[in-house]
Design a protein around this ligand. Sequence first.
Ligand code: DQA
Length: 143
Amino acid sequence: MNIMIINGPNLDMLGMRQPEIYGKEDYDDLCYKIDEWANDYDISVDVRQSNYEGEIVEFLHEAFEDDFDGVIINPAAYTHYSYAIRDALLILNVPVVEVHLTDISKRDEFRRHSVISDICAKTIMGKGFEGYKEALEFFFNLL
Ligand code: DQA
């Protein structure tokens, strides 16, 4: 099973970016943990990060064209307003799991709405890095 994991803008700055909100572990720590969990679940992962909306759209086109079995996405701030990412997700015929490190339902007003949640198989929020583990577990349970 091949899963594409996409992380949006500013997630590459984890550890330095508002550590009181996002924690002290950095993006490499996240990627390391994802690899370990994926290994435990025997899932092959392609983990990507971009600060550009169009590049994220192109990652999703690749996920479609290369027949990935699912996508895990944390679109970061794009979550709240990117119809381009929503439209690209709608091209996929495989499950998509939305992950947020923080509980966006309890933060600023503008973060409370996700323009992708209604088209995702599952949304996991407020669990920090462990949210990605739960997302991988979702795909493992489909096997
Ligand atoms: C985030 C929440 C978003 O509101 C924010 O813009 C992010 C990260 C999260 O993982 O909690 O960059 O998606």
